[in-house]
Design a protein around this ligand. Structure first.
Ligand code: KIV
Length: 271
């Protein structure tokens, strides 16, 4: 169902209070953005998952600031009207407050992003987020599983399964809200914990692998369209199964070229 676009971060709290559910999908280039701009998906995320999905890396860590900017510029050109959220890549906000704010400003100025997303909730990160918000940059937090620190976290595991870790998630969420985050992404959080966090917060939560109790949901474009024949994570749903369709189309093309059936007269130019 089409609803009013989320134009500013201030609209997010209102959306939550009205019981509206927010849909978000990752998007990495101009042609994907053009397609998504015709859809009712509320938010496009230039996620650092592009490291794995587009670059074929083993994690999101190798993605650089220049690469995120390159992809976000393309997405903005393809979907000028959509709410555009951009990930700050690993290492671009950790060295110092000054470099973090400078890098955040660079993304905002060069891409036309509406907001940025940062992973984690350490005291340093909370202070960085609050300085960015003071500088006029809307920030979404990202808690639960934080893939940029997957090595120190010991792998991709569901978070909040014990009462201690659920309490830590709640403390982190309240701190991120107090620092000025307009929303919080919850990745791989135990479903009841994610629901309770959503109830405890004023700001909306966007879940991935965190059950149905969050304010909204995000999925990776390639997962929801079935573009990777070898990968279907449990938390995702294939809304289309495009991989076999694409392979079949390419095979038809190859066969027609081999037989000399393509191009036909219709595809050719004559004087
Ligand atoms: O980079 C990404 O795709 C993400 C996911 C959690 C949606 O942040």
């Amino acid at each position: 169902m089409a609803t009013a676009p989320l134009k500013y971060p201030s609209h997010w709290k209102k959306a939550k209070s009205e019981g509206r559910r927010i849909s978000m999908a990752t998007c990495y280039d101009f042609s994907m953005a053009r397609l998504l701009s015709r859809s009712n998906v509320d938010v496009l995320l230039v996620g650092d998952s592009l490291g794995m999905v587009i670059q074929g890396q083993r994690s999101t860590v190798p993605v650089s600031l220049d690469q995120i900017i390159y992809h976000a510029e393309m997405v903005r050109r393809g979907a000028p009207e959509k709410f555009l959220l951009v990930d700050m890549p690993a290492g671009s906000y950790h060295a110092s407050m000054e470099s973090a704010v400078n890098n955040a400003m660079r993304i905002m100025k060069e891409t036309g992003a509406d907001a940025l997303k940062l992973e984690g909730s350490s005291p340093y990160l909370v202070s960085v987020i609050s300085r960015m918000v003071e500088s006029g940059i809307p920030i979404m937090g990202h808690s639960g599983l934080t893939p940029q620190s997957v090595l120190t976290a010991g792998g991709y595991r569901v978070q909040g399964k014990t009462s201690d870790s659920a309490a830590l998630l709640k403390e982190a969420a309240l701190e991120l809200q107090a620092a000025g985050c307009f929303g919080l992404l919850l990745e791989l959080v135990e479903a009841d914990v994610a629901k309770k966090l959503t109830e405890d917060l004023e700001i909306p939560t966007i879940g991935i692998g965190s059950g149905a109790g969050t304010t909204g949901q995000v999925l990776v474009f390639h997962d929801l369209l079935g573009l990777d024949p070898d990968f279907t994570p449990k938390h995702t749903k294939k809304y289309a199964d495009l991989a076999p369709i694409i392979v079949e189309a390419m095979n038809q093309f190859a066969e027609e070229v081999e037989k000399g059936d393509f191009p036909s007269e219709q595809n050719s130019f004559y004087s």
